[in-house]
Unconditional design. Sequence first.
Length: 190
Amino acid sequence: MRIWVALALFAARAATAEPLPAGSIGFVGGGVAGTGPDARRLGAGYYFVDTDFFLPIVVGMQASWQPTTTERRWGWTVRWSTMFGRMYAGTAAQIETLRTVQMDATLGVRVRPWATPQRYLTARAGGELFRANEPIPPTMARAFVGGIVEAGLDQYAAGFLLSFDVRYGLIGGNGPNEIALLIGIGRAGP
């Protein structure tokens, strides 16, 4: 009987939770469109990296930190991203397509409502810096600061973190409002 009790205690101790990779760094891209009155001003487009030396690549960069273990159903998350965009058919684009750069930092929570420890629902809020190559009506400014919110899904797979997010910003201030559907892939690790 003592052997069974000892084995049961050993098994309970050995079944402790394993930590998931706490961080990830990788690429993000997707589609974006203006909302409300800004739908006409901004038009619709996508995020990409545009330089004079390389062909455009349909990605931006993001890094996140979300420490948690497999036994917990919720945890917190912090994410930073930088994305370059190109918007088409907007009235703000006077010379060519409207080009934007957006840098944001968000803080949020991840929740796992199902049994698998590799998939989480996410909700984040934070701030964003937004800059365009041409003035955007009605303020005719090129640089804006405001808030953003995101909701999405994080999935761990083969050492990578896949993220699917819907993002809305700029909230508050006088910046243009837009909605984006983002898909990210990052190498998960310590």
